[in-house]
Design a protein around this ligand. Structure first.
Ligand SMILES: Cc1ncc(COP(=O)(O)O)c(C=O)c1O
Length: 367
């Protein structure tokens, strides 16, 4: 559905790393990848990591989240967002989406923060997800987080290259986290990046991600650390991928436009909206299906595509509907539930050829 697409200098860079014998979770390609990532996104400081989940975990720790703290988060997301909260033994509270961007509803957030402030149970942090590559409406959320002293962590795992009022998603809050998992818009097979305008936080994150080894020759440790750094080999692949990011965003957007042009004529098919405050990277092309109008449910369409060896997938099942998080509080929830029950993610990788995309479109059209 969104397979890796390597068509640049990845192979040459990887061989350079291999031949240099920097086969380690540090090295010149890691340093260069961090620098180039800052240049692309405009983030002042970055830390290359073994996964986006590691980045979320570190961002929570660096925000001071401790056991028993509340952490708010978008309900329409992939489980990794919430798992990181659970690693801290903190308590997730899920917030519903709004319809313009499918991301966190700032009105619901305002109401819940006001309630929490009144009984002294404010959260320590908020993880705001930019789902399927589209930015949330950041300005009101930033204001609320400042007013209530809540650390804002942007989960930009899916939204590298997307912007909000001209700024890259992930660079607006206190922390931004990106994923280079195999299905993302760019990949290192597995990997992630943590960014922040606060250099001291990124330095501390680097220390925690390197087993919290104190600067002594004799392996001294004064707190618990993690083994979260990115390998130099994978950073080399990441540099090749990063150089192609503008092309990848353009290609993903084009794929979406072709689907829209050709499938909009079918009664019952609508498309994930693009809010006017940003530019989506269209990581995945997502449609909504009105089963009655189309005469087929999203599951019917998905299974029919599967028969033609075409992979489509449901939209993320909201976190408040997940058995593992069933005891967590949710604020609202109906908008995300509706997106889940009507949504379908179509093949969207930047390597998708026009012929392959036409095959998908024909398969959807020809019942
Ligand atoms: C919204 C979201 N957050 C976090 C992650 C976790 O990233 P990773 O797989 O790099 O740990 C992913 C994807 O995998 C994701 O889609």
């Amino acid at each position: 559905m969104s397979p890796p697409h390597l068509d640049g200098d990845e192979r040459a860079l990887l061989l350079d790393a291999f031949d240099s014998n920097w086969i380690a979770p540090l090295g010149p390609h890691v340093d260069a990848f961090e620098e180039e990532f800052c240049a692309y996104t405009g983030a002042p400081n970055s830390l290359a990591l073994s996964s986006g989940t590691a980045g979320l975990h570190l961002a929570l720790l660096l925000s001071g989240v401790e056991a028993g703290d509340k952490v708010f988060c978008s309900t329409l997301t992939f489980a990794a967002t919430v798992n990181a909260i659970k690693y801290c033994n903190a308590e997730p509270v899920f917030i519903d989406s709004e319809t313009a961007s499918w991301n966190l509803d700032s009105q619901l957030l305002a109401e819940e923060l006001q309630r929490c402030a009144a009984n002294n149970t404010l959260p320590r942090a908020l993880i705001l997800v930019h789902v399927f590559g589209q930015s949330a409406d950041l300005d009101p959320i930033v204001d609320l987080c400042k007013r209530y002293n809540v650390s804002l962590i942007e989960d930009a795992a899916e939204s590298l290259g997307a912007t909000y009022k001209g700024k890259h998603t992930g660079t607006v809050g206190d922390f931004g986290v990106y994923s280079f998992n195999g299905n993302k818009i760019m990949t290192t097979s597995g990997g992630g990046m943590l960014v922040s305008s606060n250099k001291a936080s990124i330095d501390r994150g680097r220390f925690l991600a390197t087993q919290a080894r104190e600067p002594f020759a004799h392996y001294q440790h004064e707190c618990v650390g993690y083994n979260y750094r990115l390998s130099n080999l994978l950073a080399a692949v990441g540099r090749g991928q990063l150089a192609k990011m503008p092309d990848k965003v353009a290609h993903h957007r084009k794929i979406f436009e072709i689907y829209r042009r050709q499938l909009s004529q079918h009664k019952g098919i609508t498309f994930m909206p693009e809010a006017d405050f940003g530019v989506s990277n269209r990581w995945l092309s997502v449609i909504n299906i009105d089963a009655e109008a189309l005469g087929e449910s999203p599951t019917d369409v998905r299974l029919r595509l599967e028969e033609s060896n075409i992979e489509a997938r449901p939209v993320w099942k909201p976190m408040h509907m997940q058995p593992v998080f069933k005891d967590c509080k949710v604020v609202g929830g109906k908008v995300a539930e509706n997106i889940f029950t009507t949504g379908l993610c179509l093949p969207s990788g930047s390597g998708l050829s026009p012929a392959d995309q036409q095959r998908v479109i024909d398969a959807i059209a020809n019942k």
